[in-house]
Design a protein around this ligand. Sequence first.
Ligand code: GCW
Length: 717
Amino acid sequence: MKSIVKILVSFFVLLWTVSVKAEDGSRLWLRYETVSDPELLKTYRTQISGWRIEGNSPTMQIAAKELKQGLEGLLASPVTSVSDIKTGMIIAGTPESSSLIRSANLQEKLKGLGNEGYILLSTKIQGKEVFVITANKDTGVLYGVFHFLRLIQTQKSINKLDIINVPKTTLRILDHWDNLDRTVERGYAGFSLWDWQRLPEYISPVYKEYARANASIGINGTVLTNVNANALILNPDYLIKVAALANVFRPYGIRVYLTARFSAPIELGKLKTADPLDPEVIAWWKKKTEEIYRYIPDFGGFLVKANSEGQPGPQNYGRSHADGANMLADAVKPFGGIVMWRAFVYDNNVPDDRAKQAYNEFVPLDGKFRDNVLIQVKNGPIDFQPREPFHPLFGAMPKTPLMMEFQITQEYLGFATHLVYLAPLYQECLESDTWVNGKGSTVAKVIDGSLENHTISGLAGVTNIGNDRNWTGHPFAQANWYAFGRLAWDPFLGSDKIADDWIRMTFSNQKEFVDPIRDMMLNSRETTVQYMTPLGLHHIMGNGHHYGPGPWVDMGRADWTSVYYHKADSLGIGFERTAAGSGATGQYAAPVDKFYSDLSTCPENLLLWFHHLPWDYRMKSGKILWDELCFQYTAGVNSVIRMQEEWAKKQGMIDEDRFEEVKSLLSIQAKEAKWWRDACIAYFQQFSKRPVPEGLEKPEHSLDYYKNQRFYYVPGN
Ligand code: GCW
C-alpha cells in the first residue's frame, strides 16, 4: 500500500514538473528544480539543516541569496539562515570575514588557493559536523556556493566533502562582438544585451542575471564591444554607461574590458596620426586611459584587432604589432590593466598561404612584448572552422603569454539553428600536442601558462549571447556558453563530464534522458563536420553571411573565396600544405610536421587540410577519396536524422516548450544538413566526374539550383 502511495506521489510530482511549468529557457542551468529522486531528496534534507553566510559585502550578499534560492528550490522546503551552530549547517565565509572559519584551522589549505580558488569541506566547528565553504576572497566563496549547489543539482553525494578547486587560468573572458547600435556581428540570438540608449540610468535586471550566470561558471571578464571597433565607446558619454555596467558586474567577480580602435587618437583626439611611437599619440592614450580608470577603477584593459580585415593598426605607420601593443600596455600598466592583442591577421596582398601569415608575423616578435600583453590566438590557423588543426603559434612564442580565442557563437556551425555541442572541438584543440618541449606539450599547457611559467594566462570565447529569452537562440547553445566557462577554469576537464552536468542542471537527472542526450551532444560536432566539411575541407560556406554551403564562391578577395581553400580540379582536391606545397606544416615542431605531412599518419579528418590528393586516392576504409567524401556527407545527414529520432523519444521527459523547440530546430538542421551534402556533392562531382556510390542518395537538384539560391537579411552579417 505504502509503495503505491509513493508511486502515485512521484507520478503527480513528475506530471506537475513536466506539464504545468512553462519553460522558456531563461533560467539556463540555474533552475534549482526540486531534487527528483525522493530518496535522495530525503537524504539531502536530513544532511542540510541550515546555512549561514559570514560576511556582508555585496559579493557575500549575492552568495547568500543564491544559497537561499538554490536550497529552497532544490529541497522544496524553506532552509533558513540560522545563527546557532547545528549539525548539518552550511557555513560560508573567508578567514577575514568569519571567526568561525578562522577557528576551523584551514590556513594551510587556504594557502594555495589564490584569489579565486575555494574549499568545500565537511568538518567540525564547535563540535558539530558542518559544511564549510571557504576561500581567501569573497568571490571564491561565491564560486564555492555555486559548486555546492551544483552537487545537489546533479544529484551527487555531499558526504564527507573535501574539494579544493583553483582555476588554472587567470583570465576567463567573454568577447562580445556587440556594436553600439545593438546589432551583434555573427550573433544569432537577437540584439546586444547592452541597452546603451537607456544606460547609465536604467539598469536592466538582465545585467545581473548575465553576471550571475557567468559567475556560476567562473567567467571573470567581459569585453563589451566588437573587435571591429567603434572609437565612440571611449568617449565620456559612453564611459559613464560602461561604468554603470562595471558596477553591476563587480560583485560577481567580473571585470569589464573594451576594444580599442587603433585610430581613436585621430577620430576622437583630432590628432594627425595614430603612430604608436608618436609622443602626442602616446600622451593621448595615456590620458584616455587615466580617464577610463577614473570611471572604472578596476577596468581590465583593452582587446585589439589591428591590421586585420581593414582595421587600422600600427602597420599603417610602418610599426610592428609589438609597437602598437606596448604603447597601450604602458598606458594601462600603472592601473594593473592588460592588453589582449589579436593574432588574427592575414592579408590578401601577402602572397603566402593565409594559414601561415599570423605565425610569420608574430613569431619574430616573441620577447618584444611588455609583460602585461597577451597575444590572443584563434584555436586554428584559418577561422573557427568546424575542424581545424591547432594554430601553429601555440608553443612557438615561449616568451609571450598566449591566450586562447574560441568561438562560442556558431558562425560556421549552423548559427543558432543547429544543435552542435562545441566542447569536443575545444577539447580536441586543447589536447593537441605541440611537441615544442617534447611529448606532452599540449595546447592546454601553453595557454594555462604552465609550459613556460607565465603568470597571466587565459581563454576568451566569442559569445553566443543576445537578448533572446533563452539567451542563446538554441536551447542547446547554452551548453556551449556553459562548457566554455568550465573549460576556461580548467582546460583539462572532459567534455563528457561537462555535458553531463549541464544536462542534469538544464533538463533532467533521469538516466534515460541524461545518457542518450549526452551521447547525442558528444557526437554532434563530428556530425556537423561530416555534413559540412568532411576530411579536412574548410571555408566552403556561403559568401559574406556564411550561411549554408558555397563551395563555388570564387569572386572577390582570393582568401575570402572557397576555391582558394579546396582547390578542386579534375585531378583532385585539397590544399597541399606540406613542404611540397605551401610549407605550412613546417610551422609546427618537427614531430608534428612529420605527422601531418606523412600520408600514412595524417589523420583522415584533416587530410584535405594538408594534402591535395587525386579523386581515386585510396583511403584507409579501402574506398577511393571521392566515394569516401560522398559517404562522409551522407553519414552526417543520417546522424542528424538519428538525432531527431532520439529526441522524439524524449517527449514527456521534459517540459513541452523546450521539447518542441528543439524538435523544430532539429528538423531545420536535417533540412540544412541535406542541403550542405547535396550542394557540395553536386559541386565537387563536376570535377571528380564520378557517380555517387551505389546505395547513397544523389543530390536532389542541379548544381545551378544551389548556386542560384539567394538569401536576404541573414542574421549576424
Ligand atoms: O570570422 C571572421 C568573421 C568576422 C570577424 C573576424 C574576426 C569580428 O567573419 O565577422 O570580425 O573573423 O575574428 O575578427
